[in-house]
Write a protein that binds this ligand. Structure first.
Ligand code: TXA
Ligand code: MG
Length: 333
C-alpha cells in the first residue's frame, strides 16, 4: 500500500527546501535528492551528500512546462512538442540555459537539463514550492555517486538518512529506471541517455529523425562506464550461455546470485549456493523491479551476480544500458 503523504508533510518539505536543506522525494522513475535550484549553498550540500564530482550537472525539476523559459533562454519547437506530449513524465530535456542559471547545476556548461515528473507527490511538492517562490528543484537520483538508484523510500534512508531533512514516502516507483534524456539544444534532437520513453517514440512525436550522440556530447554522468553498480561484481551473460556459466561458477565453489528468465531457471533447477530470481517478461515490469532486484541480489553474500541479457529491441534499450554500466567493473564482463 502506498503510504499517504499529508499536506503538512509537503509544507514541511517546502520549509526545509527554503531553508537550504535537502528533501528526498519520489518521482515515477526513481527517488530524487532535492534542493532549491537557486540556492548555491543547498546545491553544494547536495553534491557533498551524494559524493558527486562538481562537473557533473543535475536535472532541474519544474512544476509545469510553463516554467521552461525560467530555465531555458530558447525553447525550440522540438522542446515544446516533447514537453506537450510527454510531460509530466519520464523525459528530461537539455536546453540552452537562461541567464542566471547557476554554473553549479550545469557543470559550467551552456545548457541545462529540465524535467517535469509525473509522480503525484513530486507534483504536489513542486507546486507548493513554486507557490513559496522556489521555481525549480534540482534532484539527482537519491543514491551515493555511482551506486544503484533508489526506487523506495527505504532505499534512500539506507544510504542517505543523515544527509536529508525529510524523505517523502510515495511508495515504489512505477517506471523504475531514470528518465530518457533528449538534447534539444543543438541542430537535431538526440538521445543522451536511453530510458523507458524510447528514441522511436521521441522521433515519432517530432516527426523527424534524431541525431547521433557523439563523443563530444555534453557530460552525462550516467554515461560513465561503471555506474548504477552493486558492490558484488555483476556479469551480463547471453541466454544460451547462462546455464553453463552458472554451473562453472558453482563448480568452482562460488556462491551465485542470478536474475534470469523462467526458462533458464527451470533448466538450472534448484542448487545450493544459488540465489535465483525470475526476470519479468515485459520491459515495463523488468524496469520497475530492476534496482530492487539488484539490491536484493547484492545482499545475498554471493561472489558474483549473473544477469541474463534481456531480449533485443528498442523497448529494452534503457534496461540493457543500465545493466551494461552496472557490469562495467567486471573484467571481461
Ligand atoms: O529520472 C531521472 O532523471 C531522475 C529523477 C530523480 O528525476 N534523476 C536522475 O538524476 O537520474 P541524475 O543526477 O542521477 O542524472 C542526471 C543526468 C546525468 O546523467 C547528467 O549528466 C545529465 O542528467 N545532465 C544534467 N544536465 C545536463 C546537461 N546540461 N547536459 C547533458 N546532460 C546533463
Ligand atoms: Mg543517478
Amino acid at each position: 500500500m502506498t503510504p499517504a503523504v499529508s499536506d503538512q508533510d509537503i509544507a514541511a518539505a517546502v520549509v526545509a527546501l527554503a531553508d537550504g536543506q535537502l528533501v528526498a522525494f519520489p518521482t515515477e522513475t526513481v527517488y530524487g535528492l532535492g534542493a532549491n535550484a537557486r540556492n548555491a549553498a543547498a546545491v553544494a550540500r547536495l553534491y557533498a551528500a551524494k559524493g558527486r564530482p562538481p562537473d557533473h550537472p543535475v536535472i532541474v525539476h519544474i512544476a509545469s512546462a510553463d516554467d521552461l523559459p525560467l530555465w531555458a533562454r530558447e525553447v525550440p519547437d522540438a522542446a515544446r512538442a516533447l514537453a506537450a506530449h510527454f510531460w509530466p513524465g519520464p523525459l528530461t530535456l537539455v536546453l540552452k540555459r537562461a541567464s542566471g542559471v547557476r554554473d553549479a547545476i550545469t557543470g559550467g556548461q551552456d545548457t541545462v537539463a529540465v524535467r517535469c515528473p509525473a509522480h503525484p507527490v513530486a507534483l504536489r511538492l513542486l507546486r507548493a514550492a513554486h507557490a513559496a517562490g522556489i521555481d525549480g528543484i534540482v534532484a539527482p537520483s537519491a543514491n551515493r555517486f555511482g551506486r544503484i538508484s533508489p526506487t523506495t523510500a527505504a532505499h534512500v534512508r539506507e544510504e542517505l538518512a543523515d544527509a536529508v531533512a525529510m524523505v517523502l514516502d510515495g511508495g515504489a516507483c512505477a517506471v523504475g529506471i531514470e528518465s530518457t534524456i533528449v538534447d534539444v539544444s543543438g541542430e537535431r534532437p538526440r538521445v543522451l541517455r536511453p530510458g523507458m520513453i524510447t528514441a522511436e517514440e521521441v522521433a515519432d512525436c517530432l516527426g523527424a529523425g534524431l541525431g547521433e550522440a557523439t563523443a563530444g556530447a555534453p557530460r552525462v554522468s550516467g554515461a560513465l562506464a561503471s555506474h548504477y553498480a552493486p558492490l558484488t561484481p555483476l556479469e551480463l551473460v547471453d541466454a544460451d550461455q547462462c546455464v553453463a556459466r552458472v554451473h562453472a561458477l558453482l563448480d568452482s565453489g562460488q556462491r551465485v546470485a542470478l536474475l534470469a528468465s523462467p526458462a533458464t531457471l527451470r533448466a538450472l533447477g534448484a542448487a545450493t549456493d544459488l540465489i535465483a530470481m525470475p526476470a519479468p517478461a515485459t520491459p515495463e515490469a523488468y524496469a520497475r523491479s530492476l534496482y530492487a532486484n539488484l539490491r536484493a541480489l547484492d545482499g545475498g553474500a554471493c561472489a558474483r551476480i549473473l544477469v541474463e541479457t534481456p531480449p533485443p529491441g528498442a523497448a529494452w534499450r534503457g534496461i540493457t544500458d543500465r545493466l551494461r554500466r552496472a557490469s562495467a567493473a567486471v573484467p571481461g564482463g
